[in-house]
Design a protein around this ligand. Structure first.
Ligand code: AKB
Length: 359
């Protein structure tokens, strides 16, 4: 029953995503079928991305992988799922061979807040894991690889109001350091080995379906659950904290659009700024209050405030708009309305919150 409801929602939720791509007929892509491996498929973006890719290419063509069994049952029901630790290069190669993989979406990562709690782990997973994927791509001559980056590449010296595509990258978090390194390493593999590697600098991602895991921008998701379940929330950043954010349908659309883009049009590859919306914590609370008037938000900034203060408030995504026609569909008002409607349905019926791996 739970699964049926989830499937129904998924089809409605992703219907709009499928509709925008003219090459998709009846939920399946008409181009040559790809065989895809998603690492970190149990994480916030990975779990929703995997289901969209399965709608496009067919369940069997998309192998979901993570270090744990996934919290989203549909990941195991709609196609293959494998336990893969990206630090285990041998297993990664074996999976690529076994499933004849030609495309990898490398979503496994440790995010900013968890990274500050365990910098060594963040370096290991984000750099050694990435290196293993890139080496597998080189050795197996993979067709295409997606390696996400983040607004965490920016630091206090980056212009805060509209962080340019090309700018100073001196992050103060280990997560940011791994993301700058990752962008440069991916670009090196593009230039040195002629691989097709692409990536976006994701802002904070907000989803009604999957919780984030260990990021600084997690408050923008937590606030909705607390508002609906308890009518109040204690936010871990100051009310005037403004950060770039994006609603999950836009995040998936950006990912899929970049992977579909004509490579010859791209001057950038692994480091595209992408903007969805930017708002302060108090603007988000006020927007929620329009629909839940009794909602109260208090503020108790913790160590994540320092991270948030080191990131820009908005990013300039002209390169993404020019090179692969990026446009977001959700602003603060539309996202908030959709989140509340969807969470009310879920929390009122079957949903339980879960924590999941990063990525
Ligand atoms: C985080 O907060 O660490 C992530 C990110 C912006 O990459 N959501």
């Amino acid at each position: 029953m739970i699964h049926l409801q989830y499937d129904l929602f998924r089809r409605l939720w992703f219907g709009s995503l499928l509709a925008y791509n003219p090459r998709i007929k009846g939920g399946m892509v008409t181009q040559t079928t790809q065989r895809i491996l998603v690492t970190g498929a149990g994480g916030q973006i990975g779990s929703e991305l995997t289901l969209v890719l399965r709608d496009r290419y067919g369940g069997d063509a998309v192998v979901a992988s993570d270090i744990h069994e996934p919290m989203t049952p549909a990941l195991q029901r709609t196609g293959p799922f494998e336990i893969v630790d990206v630090l285990d290069a041998e297993r990664l190669h074996a999976m690529i061979d076994q499933y004849k993989i030609d495309t990898v979406y490398h979503m496994a990562a440790i995010l900013s807040a968890t990274g500050e709690e365990n910098p060594q782990l963040a370096w290991k997973v984000n750099i050694h894991g990435l290196t293993n994927v890139l080496e597998a791509a080189r050795a197996r001559a993979l067709h295409r690889v997606f390696c996400p980056s983040s607004i965490a590449v920016f630091g206090p010296e980056t212009p805060r109001d509209l962080a340019p595509q090309e700018t100073v990258l001196r992050p103060t978090t280990v997560y940011g350091v791994t993301k700058v390194t990752g962008e440069l390493l991916c670009e090196y593999y593009v230039n040195r080995y002629g691989l097709d590697i692409r990536g976006l600098r994701y802002p904070g991602i907000i989803s009604s379906e999957t919780p984030p895991g260990g990021g600084t921008t997690d408050y923008a998701v937590d606030i909705f659950y607390q508002a609906i379940e308890h009518g109040s929330y204690t936010c871990f950043v100051r009310p005037d904290t403004v950060l770039p954010m994006m609603y999950m349908p836009d995040c998936i659309k950006a990912t899929v659009d970049l992977m579909d883009a004509d490579f010859s049009r791209l001057s950038h590859h692994c480091d595209f700024n992408v903007a969805g919306m930017s708002f302060s914590a108090e603007e988000l609370a006020a927007e929620i209050r329009k629909r839940i008037p009794e909602f109260e938000c208090t503020y108790a900034p913790d160590f994540r405030q320092t991270i948030a203060d080191s990131w820009p408030q908005r990013v300039d995504d002209r390169a993404a708009r020019e090179e692969w026609d990026w446009t977001p569909a959700y602003d603060l008002e539309r996202m908030t309305a959709h989140m509340i409607e969807r969470l009310r349905q879920r929390l009122g019926s079957t949903a339980t919150r879960s924590s999941s791996s990063a990525g």
